[in-house]
Design a protein around this ligand. Structure first.
Ligand SMILES: *Cc1c(COP(=O)(O)O)cnc(C)c1O
Length: 378
């Protein structure tokens, strides 16, 4: 069967990105973030490849459901799974899931900390604690630091498994952004207080992609937690791109094909709401639309086909969209041709995200299950 549209994932590029990350952080272990279905690339395939071919043994999910699915679908492989945000640790019955499936919850509030400290079955369970050093999302507050330490001491826990924090502004300068500076100082303080109180931590981490790209939070921790960069795009903001040390390759290309082409004159209207063409040209109708996660915010974006530049014109429909090309492109735009949106034959994903005022994270995660993911190793 011919695919209508598909996301072609090149696992060799994942390897390239991993090696690039290792160049930046040769002495750190990696918790590879595969939440949100591997940033839209397919959590199982990405994890299987990373575990088997890259030797990564720790993976990050956001929800307990993701973690259960990951464990159950890759039973034959040996790796650790963390649940970072939606742990539901204290919900009845979930304790057994954590214990039996060896899933590590990231603890960020007292209800959860008390639960693992008081629950007999969790006596030898790895305790992973997250501090809110300034992002103000999840994590223990700095004002709760002493109480966390006291509770651990009361329960004779003089070692925990992992201590971590998360940056709000990893895309911005790690040396100049004052929120980043404050968060880094706060995390140093957390670590110092733990050690002063005789509580050691086997592992620690603070750096996500933006921070890793800037070589921040690497030497001071055992672990790093890359997400986006493993999938290729940089997460650095334009003004800090020069601080980046990462040379990634986008691991996917989004391919669709041309259902139909037709000649238009200036003012010919296209699609829902009858958008007029700006000039004489050729319109290509593509087999992708918002039902695939390719939404109306992409209207107006530049695409490239056979070296010709066109623009998405008019409203994106559920199953289709239209690209307007100048008349000079008419011999290069043909029905049934494969049309690459982003990837080697198409536009650069980061440029596409900038032009459409979104971020690569969201573009990846928007792709629906109607788009099959095809894996290549070459
Ligand atoms: C998603 C996530 C990451 C990865 O972030 P990227 O910007 O994709 O590298 C790291 N740590 C935590 C806690 C996360 O939730």
């Amino acid at each position: 069967m011919k695919f209508r549209s598909r996301l072609v994932v090149n696992l060799n590029s994942l390897k390239h990105n991993f090696e690039e990350v290792q160049k930046i952080a040769p002495n750190n272990k990696i918790i590879f973030m595969v939440k949100a279905d591997g940033y839209g690339h397919g959590m199982y395939e990405i994890t299987r490849y990373a575990c088997t071919n890259l030797g990564i043994k720790e993976f990050g999910c956001a929800t307990l459901k993701e973690a259960i699915d990951l464990r159950e679908n890759l039973r034959e492989l040996e790796f650790d799974i963390y649940v970072f945000s939606d742990t539901q640790l204290t919900e009845p019955g979930n304790d057994e899931l954590y214990l039996n499936l060896r899933i590590i919850p990231v603890i960020s509030k007292f209800q959860e900390l008390d639960f693992v400290l008081q629950h007999q079955d969790f006596k030898n369970f790895p305790i992973c604690i997250k501090f809110n050093t300034g992002m103000n999302r999840l994590g223990f507050m700095m004002t709760e630091l002493d109480l966390v330490i006291n509770k651990l001491k009361q329960h004779h826990k003089n070692q925990i498994h992992h201590l971590l924090t998360h940056y709000a502004n990893g895309s911005y300068s790690m040396t100049k952004d004052h929120y980043n500076i404050k968060q880094r100082e706060n995390f140093e303080l957390v670590k110092k207080k733990f050690l002063e109180n005789g509580i050691t931590f086997e592992k620690s981490s603070e750096a996500n992609s933006g921070s890793i790209e800037q070589k921040n939070g690497i030497a001071s921790n055992s672990h790093i937690r890359p997400g986006l960069m493993m999938y290729g795009p940089s997460s650095l903001n334009e003004d800090v791109k020069s601080e980046g040390h990462f040379n990634g390759k986008t691991i996917s290309s989004l391919e669709t094909y041309i259902l139909k082409t037709y000649h238009v004159t200036k003012g010919t209207v296209v699609g829902y709401n009858s958008t007029p063409c700006p000039d004489e040209g050729v319109v290509a109708v593509l087999a992708i639309g918002y039902g695939d996660g390719f939404g109306n915010r992409y209207s107006g974006a530049t695409l490239i086909h056979n070296g010709c530049m066109g623009k998405i014109i008019g409203r994106v429909s559920m199953d289709m969209c239209h690209v307007f090309f100048p008349i000079s492109a008419k011999d290069k735009i043909k029905e049934n041709q494969i049309f690459t949106i982003w990837g080697d034959q198409g536009v650069d994903l980061v440029k596409f995200s900038e032009e459409t005022r979104t971020i690569p994270y969201e573009i990846f995660c928007s792709l629906q299950s109607r788009i099959p993911r095809i894996y290549q190793v070459n």
